[in-house]
Write a protein that binds this ligand. Structure first.
Ligand SMILES: [Zn+2]
Length: 148
């Protein structure tokens, strides 16, 4: 049996475990009944949802600390999006706008952006500073999950 895929509801933040996806039929959130986004598109976190998401997720959470004015962040966005799609349900790929949540950025001592942090069980496992290509992001995740 493959382990169930986990998807976070964009509306209420609940984590939904799905054992199989039916093509053409959108699954709904077990808690609030909203349509679940199962595409793996990076979840936009806020200061309010950050802790609940990184601590409550049954799967590792990757957070890109970014800002709209940051060129390297925008350059990395397509690779980051692709990473989310590739690992949809197995790794929660998320983003946090540091301008909207400066207190979170300062708590994690973010010195420059983009910086990606990998969380498991609410704890930071590893981080990578600077824009990364898709293969580099994949290597980072593999290396970090091996040491967990
Ligand atoms: Zn929901």
């Amino acid at each position: 049996m493959p382990s169930p895929l986990v998807f976070r509801c964009d509306r209420c933040g609940a984590f939904n475990r799905l054992s199989l996806l039916v093509p053409g039929r959108a699954p709904i959130c077990g808690k609030c009944k909203a349509d679940l986004d199962v595409s793996g598109h990076p979840a936009a976190l806020t200061a309010e949802s950050f802790d609940a998401t990184t601590s409550g997720s049954p799967v590792p959470v990757l957070v890109d600390f970014w800002a709209g004015w940051c060129g390297p962040c925008r350059a990395m966005a397509p690779a980051y999006e692709e990473l989310g799609r590739t690992h949809a349900g197995q790794l929660l790929v998320a983003k946090l706008d540091v301008d909207a949540a400066p207190e979170i950025a300062s708590r994690f001592r973010i010195q420059g952006i983009p910086t990606v942090l990998l969380f498991r069980g609410g704890r930071e496992v590893d981080r990578a500073v600077g824009a990364r290509s898709l293969p580099e992001l994949e290597r980072f995740i593999r290396a970090a999950t091996l040491v967990i």
